[in-house]
Ligand binder design. Sequence first.
Ligand code: COA
Length: 246
Amino acid sequence: MFESLLFDKQEVEPRPGGCIAWITLNRPEKLNAVNLQMRDEMWTAMEWVRSDPDVGAIVLRGAGERAFSAGADITEFGTAPSYVEARRARHERDLWGLMLAIEKPMIASIRGFALGAGCEMSLCCDLRIASEDASFGLPEVKLGYIPSAGGTQLLPRTIARGNALLMILTGEPISARQALDFGLVQWVVPAGDLQARTEELARRVVARPAPAVRRAKEAVVRGLDLPLEEGVRMEWRLGRALEAVT
Ligand code: COA
């Protein structure tokens, strides 16, 4: 089905929203670096999970033991036929925008390196669970770029501004323990337990009424960009809409 991804749907309960979609970045020999093919396939996979009524939660993880993802494939840097074409492809298939638009809860299960776009993909998820050997970093400035898969916007919305700037301005990676201290991840577990703990978490989310989970996520995510008063009004509207259907 895909070459750079593995895709699996696991039924937890036989009802709409009762499945977990497992998406595995699958270029372990390249530390799951995100090349153009993976980016396109991710876009397709994300469209699937977004529109599939069976899917109640999505888990993103990396194949192998060394990396969630070591970021954009640096061997493809500067290889687009032209700058305009690179921009157009990016605009037409805005993977990061699509990931952020998904209403269903997304969990990043992180083993090993989560660098650059790898770190940013985990930031597009709602919950992050990491193994003790995980590390997180946005090394773009070291290469003369800035994080451009949402990192400069998502990181300071996820952790404290100073900690976000520490990571962005130095480009230095942080350990799983430090990520836990920063609030970048919610759990750090032994590597051997990561899969089981991830599944347990996804099952807990899927067990809740799917419409409530989605509206709760919407309220939090949209509310972060609203003044408090407007956010509370939006929360009230979403709550009323749910009452109307239950
Ligand atoms: N793009 C393309 N290939 C990558 C990659 C990336 N971002 N990250 C790792 N790889 C490849 C390596 O080239 C190597 O391939 P090879 O065996 O064919 O030579 C393979 O993955 C294993 O990586 P390697 O560098 O040998 O492992 P390491 O343990 O020595 O170092 C890292 C691990 C993550 C420190 C190092 O690979 C690295 O710095 N990668 C780039 C990270 C980065 O800058 N990402 C952000 C880009 S904006």
